[in-house]
Design a protein around this ligand. Structure first.
Ligand code: AMP
Length: 434
């Protein structure tokens, strides 16, 4: 017998409702529900859908995500094909591809600020644990063409709106600002001065960060770095904001306060890459663990130029769909399953199976209708209809076939109603809207 082949570690199948031992973050209908809600919230705000390829030039991610990040240094999946070029990667996030598409396709011609959204799989070769996978899914929102603080505040409010619309309540926004490049330079200088005498106590990764990008030490997950950070009482980036970045940040906060969007100022939010500017935030939830964010966002005014384009201010956020589903499960929020068919049709005799199928095919113009592929006794037909969560069922016998009628049975109330085949679509239309 051939050996069985299983899925790759850290990847998940998204599965239909009713699959045995289904886990919250792998329910396909729940993923669809999240993207439908996100679509509604974001499209009402004027965002348009965009989809970019899942694989891109490796150089795009190196420049777009940053050569000093773990993502680029350790977690990129490269794509090769037999005998071919190997300089492609599976995208680890959505922003770089979207900004590339913006520059490549002249989206600058569209009215600014241009709001875009997408969702889809992302790939990172991380250590697999609960809420951390190698293929995961994000919903992503990006706004290009405005540096206005109002755009930042709206982006944060929209992210909160999406999770609220899903029914999550225990969400906290952690808000920070990383200032302008000159502010960050002076902060990095301060950090170098602080950490250099402690070099021996830093983790190997952080020794490296000290030369490349000291701010990223603050982000370190290593226990030794964390202990040192607590001891050193590091001053926050917010202390180093220049006048312009400070004013911008104050404006963002004023909007959020006026709109009743709650947040906590969090000095630990650092995005150390060159092209990040000013506002940065994360969304947290107890249900997915203290260290794991539901999502994050930030302003990236320097990215377009980094990718060879003109200066285009931008801001965006992404949340992980799997983490959202884990948070919803932790809060006990039930999600709608895919509805069953409005009508399940079966024939009692083999010669009428074709008629049942034909009736179903015609009725699908107005509703979801399923049929039995083999003749069924009424008792079995009704049981099957219930298993499929149908609202109505009908069994065609010789009498119904001759008279061209159906006996629609309401599977909840048990009521029956005779309907002529000619009127079926009109009746189903009416039942569908109830
Ligand atoms: P990031 O681009 O790292 O800011 O990620 C944005 C969001 O995507 C995170 O807050 C998570 O919700 C989600 N995410 C990132 N990496 C993973 C992963 N390996 N597995 C599952 N979700 C992830």
């Amino acid at each position: 017998m051939a050996t069985k082949i299983n899925s790759i570690k850290g990847t998940n199948d998204l599965l239909p409702d009713g699959t045995p031992a289904l886990k919250a973050h792998t329910v396909a209908s729940a993923h669809t529900h999240v993207t439908n809600i996100a679509r509604r919230v974001l499209e009402r705000a004027g965002a348009q859908f965009i989809a970019t390829p899942i694989f891109e030039e490796a150089e795009l991610v190196k420049r777009g995500v940053g050569g000093s990040t773990d993502i680029v240094r350790k977690e990129m999946y490269t794509v090769t094909y037999f005998g071919g070029h190997g300089g492609y990667i599976l995208r680890p996030e959505g922003t770089a591809g979207i900004v590339r598409a913006y520059l490549q396709n002249g989206l600058k011609q569209l009215p600014a600020p241009l709001k875009l959204w997408t969702h889809g799989p992302m790939f990172r070769a991380e250590n697999v644990q609960a809420g951390r996978y190698r293929q995961f899914h994000q919903v992503d929102y990006e706004v290009l063409g405005s540096a206005d603080a109002l755009v930042d505040a709206e982006a944060i409010a929209l992210m909160v709106d999406v999770v609220r619309a899903l029914g999550l309540t225990g969400v906290r926004v952690k808000l920070g600002s990383i200032g302008d490049p000159a502010d960050r330079d002076s902060y990095n200088e301060y950090l170098r001065g602080l950490f250099s005498p402690q070099l021996e106590r830093l983790s190997d990764d952080s020794k490296d960060r000290l030369t490349r990008n000291p701010m990223r030490i603050l982000d370190s997950k290593s226990a030794e770095d964390q202990a040192l950070l607590r001891e050193l009482n590091v001053r926050p980036m917010l202390d180093f904001l220049g006048a312009e970045a400070s004013a911008h940040f104050a404006e963002v906060q004023a909007y959020l306060a006026a709109w009743g969007v709650e947040y906590d100022l969090d000095p630990s939010i650092v995005r150390g890459l060159d092209y990040y500017r000013r506002t940065a935030w994360e969304l947290h939830h107890e249900g997915v663990g203290a260290k794991s964010a539901l999502g994050g966002g930030g302003r990236y005014d320097g990215l377009s130029a980094q990718l060879g384009g003109p200066e285009v201010p931008g801001i965006g956020w992404a949340f992980g769909i799997e983490r959202l589903l884990l948070a919803l499960e932790a809060e006990g929020v039930g999600l709608p399953q895919t509805p069953g068919p409005l009508l399940y049709l079966a024939a009692m005799d083999t010669e009428n199976v074709g008629l049942a199928a034909q009736t179903a095919l015609g009725a699908r113009a107005v509703a979801r209708v399923e049929f039995a592929y083999k003749a069924q006794k009424p008792g079995n037909a009704f049981k099957d209809a219930e298993r499929r969560r149908a609202r109505y069922a009908a069994v065609i016998g010789t009498d119904e076939a001759e008279r061209r009628v159906l006996n629609l049975k309401n599977l909840v109330s048990g009521e029956q109603r005779e309907v002529s085949l000619d009127d079926l679509n009109a009746v189903l239309t009416e039942l569908e809207s109830n």
